[in-house]
Design a protein. Structure first.
Length: 251
């Protein structure tokens, strides 16, 4: 095995820790009043009236690429799971839409983000929310326990996206909806991008091709799969895009 290949394998083994470190730093910056929304991927995603509904720190900690709370109509009394919930922006917005009779879970692996999210929950005075520590490849919820799975630019960070999608399918009730914002590619990107650890943590290097994303959703069992590009990024000659991704679990 060549030294180059060994180096690539070592780098990928450290992706999870690099991601954890980046998001821990983002939580610290948000607590200090500094924003993490500083690039074309994460900017201008929420309407001013939405931002008035949540603590500033929840927005400052956001590193998303879309607004998944509007990808599907959330209804009173529904249970929602946010994969990779960060500072809690999408959890808190969802909680207002499902109302007091509903419930929203936020799942995150980063202690600093979970602490910040719970602070934001207290500041917002929202009670129908629970933040869980865990990884999106192994969701700590029982089968068929949620109506909607959302996520905001997090699934692309996983090294086992197929497992993430199977877990999303498992925890959804029959007829449940998968509605996420994520980064995808429309054509192959140079290998040097795929091997760049900074671009992995920046939600670029690990992005799936649109066709591969659709295939993995179908293999997990999902139906009514839709992938809608929403924003073209100035990376690899426009190959990288933000997208709305929707699917349903069969009745």
């Amino acid at each position: 095995m060549t030294n180059v290949l060994l180096g690539v394998i070592f780098a990928f083994m450290n992706v999870k820790e690099a991601v954890r470190d980046k998001y821990a730093q983002a939580a610290v910056r948000a607590r200090e009043g500094r924003s993490s929304c500083c690039d074309t991927v994460s900017s201008n995603l929420y309407a001013p009236e939405e931002l008035r509904e949540i603590p500033d720190a929840a927005f400052r900690a956001s590193l998303g690429c879309g607004n998944p709370t509007f990808l599907t109509q959330l209804r009173e009394g529904e249970t929602v799971l946010d994969l990779g919930s960060g500072g809690g922006i999408d959890v808190l917005l969802s909680a207002k839409r499902v109302g007091p009779s509903g419930k929203v879970y936020g799942l995150d692996m980063t202690d600093e983000m979970l602490a910040l999210a719970r602070e934001n929950q207290r500041a917002a005075g929202v009670e129908n929310v629970e933040f869980l520590r865990g990884e999106i490849e192994e969701v700590p919820l029982p089968d068929g326990s949620v109506d909607v799975v959302i996520s905001n630019c997090v699934i692309n960070l996983s090294l086992d996206k197929g497992r993430v999608l199977r877990e999303a399918y498992r925890v959804l009730r029959n007829g449940g909806r998968f509605a996420v914002s994520d980064i995808v590619v429309r054509r192959e990107v140079p290998q040097e991008i795929r091997n760049d650890i900074d671009l992995w943590t920046g939600c670029i290097a690990g992005a799936l091709h649109i066709d591969e994303y659709s295939r993995l959703l179908a293999e997990a069992g999902f139906a009514e799969i839709e992938i809608e590009p929403t924003r073209v990024h100035d990376i690899a000659d426009g190959a990288v895009v933000s997208a709305f991704i929707r699917a349903t679990k069969r009745e």
